[in-house]
Design a protein around this ligand. Structure first.
Ligand code: VGL
Ligand code: ZN
Length: 180
């Protein structure tokens, strides 16, 4: 049973430069994320990729009074994952109902059950955006009782000062921020 899981958060076209809700230089972490995927695959870890998977009338969109431009609409090119994943990777779709926002990969999904069922105890988190979905996913993982590591050289935030604050908050809540 894999003791470890790598959770790759929201590495999707709409979050990359040129996308609908770009994370500045979000594409620069792609090679590093792919190295981690390969490394963790080799050491027998479970590989999980979360994706933002919104219906076109999602509550987080500006047309509905939300904070964001429309992004990661189910089945569109903007929602596609931009990192190479092994065939056995588990894809977790989140925020896929019109009236519910979910930044965390654990919210409204069966991710916690899957990890526990597989015997995972330690989770490593990377991806975008640090202060939104990465933060929420890492903090939820800690709440669910996993030992959590944040892969600092494979995350990217939208605003540097918000990213800094999120890293500190994660550290305060027991997440180990590190580079392997
Ligand atoms: C995200 C804003 C809106 C994220 C998702 O993946 O961090 N941010 N939806
Ligand atoms: Zn979203």
């Amino acid at each position: 049973m894999p003791e470890e899981a790598l959770i790759v958060v929201d590495m999707q076209r709409d979050f990359m430069p040129g996308g609908a809700l770009p994370v500045p230089e979000g594409d620069r972490i792609i090679p590093r994320v792919e190295e981690y995927i390969e490394e963790f695959r080799k050491r027998g870890a479970l590989i999980v990729a979360t994706r933002d998977w919104h219906p076109e009338n999602h509550i987080s969109f500006r047309e509905r009074g939300g904070p964001w431009p429309a992004h990661c609409v189910q089945g569109t090119p903007g929602a596609e994952l931009v990192v190479k994943l092994p065939e056995e990777a588990i894809i977790i779709s989140k925020a896929d109902e019109p009236d519910k926002e979910a930044y965390s990969g654990f919210e409204g999904t069966n991710l916690a059950e899957i990890l526990k069922e597989k015997g995972v105890r330690r989770v490593y988190v990377c991806g975008v955006a640090t202060e939104y979905c990465v933060r929420a996913t890492a903090l939820d993982a800690a709440r669910h009782g996993f030992e959590v590591f944040l892969l600092k050289d494979a995350v990217k935030g939208i605003k540097p000062e918000d990213e800094e604050r999120a890293l500190k908050e994660m550290d305060d809540r027991g997440v180990t921020v590190l580079t392997l």
